[in-house]
Design a protein around this ligand. Structure first.
Ligand code: F6R
Length: 610
């Protein structure tokens, strides 16, 4: 989704801005642009398409400017084209802004400004904000005041960065519901919506809070609220390094991230898994440990892949702890007036920590006085900051738009939470030790599956012609079927659906013929024989069966055209293994079809709009 970079310091700003935009490409976008203050004037370039198209437009032009702002846009108001791309200027052409988020009352503001004689070139809500800032600048002749007053008139969300030739040495940035991070270097500052645009220059950062604004010059920065009250800012250190946001020899970020999973699973457990005690230590949950002790019901809310993790979390927590769990899409939760009782706990799961629907669900739950926990990847993100307590998954930056390593890490954390809650209740130490040992063994088992990637590449070649896929699984592996189907459709644009295996006969079976590949997740578990019957039903209609089975299950070869083996583990942990071949299958099919794996069409990495 949209990305912001701004720079003020001793370097040539354009280099930092273009570099930053490239680092933000993974978020998904359809146009890019920048503004500099060059020889006292605003110079702007913007272009529909990729950052590389913007660079071509410059055709070797040189700019000496040391201050500028830049943007990658993911269209919300107005189609993706050069005019709607950011930055947007005010009517004087002396103020330039880039903006993430949505200005909900833009139509009213636009009308109001039009009546005063102001004009608009684009269809965007952002241009309304730039013109509004221009209007208040004419009144107050003070950029900071103009920005503050304009933002106070805005309904909706924003992360915004502003420069002006009126006050050419400063960047003003502000946030409400859309992240802004200030990177603090030596005599230089980088402001961005995402730490990956900053890490190359500095690790020291400060995160703006909602309704906070920062005024940055090359000599320092000052934060305050939009209402002009001073605030203090915490400096934090970014913990990942540059290699984490580079491809490191892999053809795509997605493949790199799939292969990182033995490490990321281990990182999720580090210092948390107490094998000898059969328990987990989750420091982030200590502030709410009493609430966890007394919890009557857990609601888990999330979107997309994180919602699939939540479904597995429901099975885990109910099985290990006997606590009733409900899972709900955050987009439904936020508008549905959910019932939250005194001893309920709400858990929000989000890789990015910025998903607008999940953030709104967190806020809704807090309004209802629930204790809200986060399972989040991005440190310092909005959801991490809004929740009462939580656990970071520590998967490192996930750049590929299709979520992979975050999913398995979310599952590890949900298992650790279940272990902790279970041990507070009836789960015996013996059972706990068994589970903990199996968790410990997961990285090596994932490694083993990854060594089999070539088999998946061959299967992908054979099946990439199919226009539809069905994914079926039961129990813990039903959500894995949903996840496998989501992965495939996201990056290869092949229609795929996931179902509980037994549901097939209630409808989807009508689709089965010799052209329909059906991926069964069928590990050796208590419902294995039931799944075999479902496979028979597909085979008897000449569907083409691909099975994910447990190592040693030779019998499966009689049932399935292709069998992909995963090592044996406890049923509750199979999703962490069974999803890996499905990630690889989707990846190789997308590559086979020549799709843009890391930046699939229409998708954004973090969905910061409703
Ligand atoms: C799927 C995918 C999306 C996200 C969803 C939630 O591969 O990436 O479905 O899972 O947009 O995002 P987060 O987890 O960042 O809240």
């Amino acid at each position: 989704m949209c990305g912001i970079v701004g720079y003020v310091g001793h370097r040539r700003a354009l280099n930092v801005l273009i570099n930053g935009l490239q680092r933000l490409e993974y978020r998904g976008y359809d146009s890019a642009g920048f503004s500099l203050i060059e020889n006292g004037k605003i110079v702007s370039y913007k272009k529909q398409g990729k950052v590389s198209d913007l660079v071509v437009l410059l055709n070797g032009l040189e700019f000496k400017s040391n201050i500028g702002i830049a943007h990658t846009r993911w269209a919300t108001h107005g189609e993706p084209n050069d005019i709607n791309a950011h930055p947007h200027l005010d009517n004087s052409g002396n103020i330039s802004i880039v903006h993430n988020g949505i200005i909900e009352n833009y139509a009213t503001l636009k009308l109001w400004l039009k009546e005063k004689g102001y004009f608009f070139k684009s269809e965007t809500d952002t241009e309304v904000l730039s013109v509004l800032i221009g209007y208040f600048y004419e009144k107050f002749k003070d950029l900071e005041k103009a920005v503050r007053i304009a933002l106070s008139k805005v309904k909706g969300t924003f992360g915004v960065a502003v420069i002006s030739s009126y006050e050419p040495n400063k960047i003003i940035a502000a946030r409400r519901g859309s992240p802004i991070i200030v990177g603090i270097g030596e005599d230089e500052y980088i402001v961005a919506s995402d730490a990956s645009a900053i890490i190359q220059y500095t690790r020291q950062v400060t995160y703006l809070s909602d309704n906070e604004l920062v005024i940055i010059t090359k000599d320092g920065y000052q934060t305050k609220t939009i209402d002009n009250l001073p605030t203090s800012s915490d400096i934090q250190v970014l913990e990942f390094d540059l290699s984490k946001i580079e491809k490191g020899g892999f053809e795509h970020f997605m493949l790199k991230e799939i292969f990182e999973q033995p490490q990321t699973i281990q990182d999720a457990c580090r210092g948390r898994l107490l094998v000898d005690e059969g328990n987990a230590r989750l420091g982030g949950l200590l502030p709410v440990i009493d609430k966890l002790q007394n919890v009557d019901r857990i609601l888990i809310t999330a979107c997309g892949t994180s919602w699939h993790a939540a479904l597995i979390g429901e099975y885990l927590i109910e099985n290990l702890c006997g606590i009733p769990v409900e899972v709900e899409y955050a987009s439904e939760f936020r508008y549905r007036n959910p019932i939250i009782r005194q001893n309920d706990i709400v858990i929000a799961i989000s890789q990015s920590g910025e998903t607008a629907d999940t953030l709104a669900a967190v806020q809704e739950a807090k309004r209802k006085k629930a204790t809200v926990l986060g399972i989040v990847n991005v440190v310092g993100s909005s959801i991490a900051r809004e929740t009462d307590a939580g656990v970071y998954i520590h998967a490192g930056p996930e750049i590929g738009v299709a979520s992979t390593k975050a999913f398995t890490s979310q599952l590890v954390i949900l298992t650790l939470i279940s272990l902790l809650l279970g041990r507070m209740r009836s789960l015996s130490q013996e059972e706990g030790i068994l589970i903990a040992n199996e968790i410990k063994a997961l990285p090596e088992k994932v490694n083993k599956i990854l060594q089999n990637a070539e088999q998946l590449r061959q299967i992908a070649k054979e099946f990439s012609y199919s226009r539809n896929f069905l994914y079926l699984g039961r129990g813990y592996n039903f959500p894995v079927a949903l996840e496998g189907a989501l992965k495939l459709k996201e990056i290869s644009y092949i229609h795929a659906e996931g179902y509980p295996s037994a549901e097939m006969k209630h409808g989807p079976i009508a689709l089965i013929d010799e052209n329909m590949p059906v991926v069964f997740i069928a590990p050796k578990d208590p419902i294995y024989n039931k799944v075999l019957s479902n496979i028979e039903e597909v085979r008897s209609r000449r569907g083409r069966v691909i099975s994910i089975a447990t190592e040693g299950d030779e019998n499966m070869k009689k049932y399935a055209e292709k069998v992909i083996y995963i090592p044996e583990t406890l049923p509750m942990l199979t999703p962490i293994l069974s999803v890996i071949p499905l990630q690889l299958l989707a990846y190789y099919i997308a590559v086979e079809l020549g799709c843009n794996v890391d930046q699939p069409r229409n998708l954004a990495k973090s969905v910061t709009v409703e």
